[in-house]
Design a protein around this ligand. Structure first.
Ligand SMILES: C[S@@+](CC[C@H](N)C(=O)[O-])C[C@H]1O[C@@H](n2cnc3c(N)ncnc32)[C@H](O)[C@@H]1O
Length: 328
């Protein structure tokens, strides 16, 4: 990007991201889609202050989101229609776990100063404990991670897509089961085990029922830092390892290595980037949990400490990088 293309004002503006989240949380776009346009009526429907809402909406109109065709009348334009997608709205809803994510950014300076996650300073408890203490926030996090938030996952989780020797997959930290359900649907001879925290696996039954795979699934509500169900061919860690700092990431990989069948493998998707280039992304983990993305070399070193050797890696059909390792 050339120097002229960098818009410093846009880079440093805090107003717009918050205004977008506020209107998403208030469901303003949905009310407009239902035909409500006057700001007083919008405010009544959204149970908020009309003058304040008008100021927020005018800021967004200036930025190209929504239109104000007449004084105090606000309507959707094409960019604003994106807010009608429940998945987009869920990812911005300040009343749910997205609000925790947004608020956690205020700890970034302290995180950079200390090299430690700062979520607890902002919300009083470390991230996972905060979810445990707040069931509504935890439920919204599970939704955001599940079908309602991420859509239908890609079941092609093996580098060579060869399932001949696979009979049993354990989805470790598999949330409410969306990924495992797709895997079992794609591979009728495979059975699955979902491992996640008790409150999360408790929400999985309907996912497996809807996919027609409930008879081939067992669930284990437990911490994945404790011993895992043993003897499976594949231990899947999808968007999980990156949540954790090195010490716990090694424990998690060790649990998988200990549990795997003699010829079993551990499959990591999400959070590992190819080669040795510095991996970017998942910056928010710096404040949330102290987790990080890792390049393949860094992952290899971590895996070795857990008794695993990387045996294959490559880009999956959905573009995500897949890393397979086996007990050394
Ligand atoms: C980022 S989500 C990934 C979910 C899913 N694998 C996916 O790809 O959408 C991380 C998952 O780890 C689970 N988790 C966090 N700490 C855990 C623990 N100690 N034991 C088991 N599961 C845990 C969370 O409940 C959540 O479902």
């Amino acid at each position: 990007m050339s120097d002229e293309e960098v818009d410093f004002r846009a880079l440093s503006d805090l107003a717009t991201p918050w205004c977008v989240r506020v209107v998403a949380t208030l469901g303003v776009a949905e009310h407009m889609a239902a035909g409500v346009t006057h700001v007083d009526e919008l405010a009544r429907k959204a149970d908020c202050d009309g003058d304040s809402l008008a100021r927020v909406l005018r800021h967004l109109v200036d930025k190209g989101l929504f239109q104000e065709p007449a004084e105090a009348e606000f309507t959707l334009n094409e960019p604003a229609r994106v807010l009608l997608d429940p998945r987009v709205r869920g990812g911005l809803d300040l009343d749910g776990s997205a609000g925790r994510l947004a608020g956690a950014w205020s700890g970034l300076l302290a995180a950079v100063r200390t090299g430690r996650p700062t979520y607890e300073r902002v919300f009083g408890l470390p991230f996972w404990q905060d979810l445990e203490a707040n069931p509504d926030i935890a439920a919204s996090y599970d939704r955001l991670m599940g079908l309602q938030g991420r859509g239908v996952p890609d079941p092609a989780i093996l580098v060579d897509d060869d399932w001949a020797d696979v009979r049993h997959v354990v989805d470790v930290g598999g949330g409410t089961g969306a990924m495992l359900a797709e895997i079992l649907r794609a591979h009728p001879r495979v059975r699955g085990t979902l491992v996640d925290l008790p409150r999360t696996v408790a929400r999985s039954a309907e996912v497996f029922e809807a996919a027609g795979v409930a008879d081939r699934v067992t669930v284990s509500g437990q911490s994945f830092l404790d011993p895992l169900p043993g003897g499976a061919d594949v231990y899947l860690l999808a968007s999980v390892l990156l949540d954790w700092p090195d010490d716990q990431a090694i424990t998690l990989l060790t649990r998988c290595a200990e549990a795997a069948a003699p010829n079993g493998r551990v499959v990591v998707i999400g959070g590992v980037t190819p080669g040795s280039a510095a991996s970017k992304g998942a910056l928010v983990l710096m404040v949330m949990t102290g987790g990080r993305t890792r390049n393949l070399d860094q992952f290899r070193a971590l895996a070795a400490k857990a008794g695993l050797t990387v045996t294959a890696s490559g880009q999956g059909p959905s573009g995500r990088f897949i890393v397979e390792s086996r007990p050394a």
